[in-house]
Structure formats: C-alpha cells, structure tokens
Design a protein around this ligand. Structure first.
Ligand code: DI6
Ligand code: FE
Length: 407
C-alpha cells in the first residue's frame, strides 16, 4: 500500500482531557481529541465529534487521559544576552545598593559590554540552553528582544542571533527591537541624542533588514521618558512596525497610557499603572503582560493592579521576562505559580496568560494560543489531569510530550 505523503498525514491525539483555552469552548473537555494535518489543527473537541475522515488517520495516539493544552508561549524575554550577573546578585545579598552595584560597573551596562564582546555564534551558543529550558516545559513560541547592543551593529547582531535560534530548534521565534533599553556609555548622558539615534539611525536599518517583528522601549526614570519613547514610536508607526512598552515598572510615568495611545500590542510590568492607564489599555486592546519574575527578584513591593485590569476588561498575559539582571528565570511553569501566588491571578488567567493572551501580545492570536481548527498544531501533553496541577507546583515539570506544527 502506498505510504501516505507526510503532507497529507493526519495524526489524532485521542482519549485526552482538553484545555483548548478557546473562549468558545468548555474550560476542560474530559474526553477530547485533537487532529492535525499539514502542521495545523484539523479538529479539537469532544472525541465523539471527531469527523469520520479524520478518524481514519494514519496515526492515532492514545493519550491515556492526559491533559492537552496549547503549546506554551513566552511573550516577553531578553533570552539573547552574554554572560551573567551572578556577582551583582551576590553584592546585593551583601547589602549593596543599585547605585553601588552600578558604580562597580554592574547593571545593564555590564551586559552591554559582554554582548558587544560576543560574536553572533557565541550569542547563539549561550542562548540555546535558555531556549531549551523553555522548550522542555512545552514552549512552542518565544519572543526575544534585543536591548544589550545599544548600537546598530550589536542590536542587529542580537536580533540575527535570535532569528537563528529558530533554525536551531523546532520553535517559533518573534523578535523585538529594544534599542531604547538603556543609555550606552558613549552617549555621555545625552538621552535625547541617543533616542534620535535609535529612532532615525537604528530603527530604519533594523526594519529594512527584516530583523524585528516589533519595537519596544523602557519608559522609566532610569531609562527614557514618555516623550522620548513617543519619538521612537512615531518612527515605528511610520515604518509599520507594531510597538510594545516596558511601562510603569518602578514608578507611574503613565507609560501604560502612552502605549495605549500608540495602539501597542502590549504594555509590560505595570506595577505602578493607575486606573486611567487600565482604562486606556482596555479601549486600545493593549494586552497587560504581567512579569512576576522581575517583581520577585528585585523584591518589589508594589503589585500590578490585577483587579483594575479585570474590572476594565484588560487582557492579561504572563511571561518570564528572562534577563540576566532582574529576572534570570527560564520556567513558564514557575512564572505561572508566581503570578498566582504573588498577584492572586487564577489558574485560568495564568494558563490563558501563557497561551491565548500571550499569542495576542505577539499579534499571533490567529495562528496559535488556543486549540482551534486552522491554528498551528502546537500542543503540550502533560502527565496531569487539570490545569491547576500546572500552576500549583514549583520546580516540577510534568510535560509528557511537546508537539510543534503537528510533529
Ligand atoms: N526592565 C527590567 O527589569 C530589565 N529591563 C527593563 O526594561 C532589566 C534588564 C537588566 O537589568 O539587564
Ligand atoms: Fe523586560
């Protein structure tokens, strides 16, 4: 009998508990099935509803009652960086202040120095173990920012390394240009001149080379003002790239409202965001990306206004913010536990935050983030019966199988 060409091959995962994360489906389908054809979902729902032509699949996988969720999505990482900042961590434990750490050459500038000294190959080599840690927990899509190069050559090198990671592993990578992350030493304190370089010198080249899928910035007293970020965003909009913003992390500069004004895909951190910011985000459809790892690691005390986001219908994603300075975290499962334990987010909010809403924050909600026909066949199959088991544990990975584009 002629073998079925791979392109027509249908795979069915049956006898499963489905958390499709679709807002139109039950939270948990107890006897569900998912069918995949040509890398996309052909069916997801009650096994009894599986169309006959799919039931005659080339491959049937009995999931033995295991839980299937959409593949996990980390929508906010600085995964591409060089070296680490463990020494700073130790200094801080010994009581050093941020200023003392900075005076000792620590902080973002030390990561900039390491990034500039590393080759593109070295960046890929150092970043792969961090990506593998996310993949090992069922991540199928990862966003990766630049932001440690702070000049055109090194920002482009960072984004090329990020793109290359998607050729080294079966994973979808979305890249974000974060030239407006910090002020490089050579700027001699002139933030306005550097922002002009970011907006007019770097961004057009980065966009023309196709290295970035979005543009981000750090709107904070120690970084850039709303007015300075607006200049970068004006350029991004003129070029046609969507924007995101690290907003209201350490103070309320009304970064969330600025992001909403530009129709940003997301505003991220948000510990100090006020009700006006939440209302503006809701109106603009800007996703709140909640980053508990940074809150925990820098021992922040001001929690993001989860209740305000709920009240005003702001969609919430959850992400690792994996970076060497404030969130050296590469576990979405632990991130979900932190979002629940530290911020009171529900199990459904946490799991939606690393699937459906994380896809929305990357403008990928049409392609992934839920188990619905037509979307990428990106699945995570767990040795678990309910989503609560994925959020409840700390440091335990119950992943049984990961499926990326049906394979
Ligand atoms: N906020 C943060 O917490 C990180 N970047 C940002 O905009 C810090 C990044 C680092 O310290 O390396
Ligand atoms: Fe970040």
């Amino acid at each position: 009998m002629a073998s079925t060409p791979a392109s027509d091959r249908i795979t069915v995962w049956r006898n499963a508990r489905l958390a499709t994360m679709s807002e139109d489906a039950p939270a948990l389908e107890l006897k569900g099935a998912v069918a995949a054809r040509e890398g996309r979902i052909a069916y997801a729902g009650p096994e009894a509803g599986l169309p006959a032509e799919l039931g005659r699949a080339a491959e049937i996988v009995d999931c033995e009652g295991r839980l299937i969720t959409p593949g996990l999505i980390d929508c906010h990482t600085h995964l591409v960086h060089a070296g680490n900042r463990a020494n700073e961590f130790e200094m801080r434990l010994a009581g050093a202040t941020y200023e003392e750490v900075a005076k000792a050459g620590g902080g973002i500038v030390s990561s900039v120095k390491a990034l500039r000294a590393a080759s593109e190959d070295e960046l890929v080599r150092q970043s792969l173990p961090r990506l593998d840690a996310l993949i090992a927990e069922g991540a199928t899509t990862v966003e990766i920012k630049s932001g440690y190069g702070l000049d055109l050559e090194n920002e482009a090198k960072s984004l090329r390394a990020a793109r290359r990671l998607a050729t080294e592993r079966e994973v979808t990578v979305r890249t974000t240009f974060l030239g407006a992350h910090a002020l490089p030493a050579e700027a001699n304190g002139d933030k306005d001149a550097y922002i002009d370089l970011v907006a007019n010198g770097m961004l057009p080249e980065i966009a023309a080379s196709g290295l970035a899928d979005a543009v981000d910035g750090f709107c904070e007293g120690i970084a850039f003002s709303p007015e300075q970020m607006a200049r970068v965003f004006d350029r991004a909009k003129a070029i046609g790239l969507p924007v995101k913003l690290h907003a209201d992390q350490l103070s309320n500069l009304h970064g969330a409202a600025l992001a909403a004004r530009y129709g940003a895909l997301s505003a991220d951190h948000l510990e100090y965001t006020d009700e006006a910011g939440a209302i503006a985000m809701a109106k603009a459809g800007t996703v709140a990306v909640i980053l508990p790892g940074a809150f925990y690691f820098i021992r922040e005390t001001k929690k993001p206004p989860i209740e305000l986001f709920r009240r005003h219908g702001v969609r919430m994603a959850v992400a690792t913010d994996s970076n060497p300075g404030t969130s050296p975290l590469t576990s979405l499962l632990l991130t979900m536990n932190m979002a629940a334990t530290l911020f009171g987010m529900t199990v459904d909010e946490c799991l939606a935050g690393v699937t459906r809403e994380a896809a929305r924050a990357l403008r990928l909600q049409g392609e992934t983030g839920t188990l619905e026909a037509g979307k990428w066949a990106d699945l995570a199959i767990w040795d678990a019966e309910s989503p609560a088991e994925l959020v409840y544990r700390m440091g335990f990975n119950p992943l049984y199988r990961r499926v990326w584009r049906g394979q």
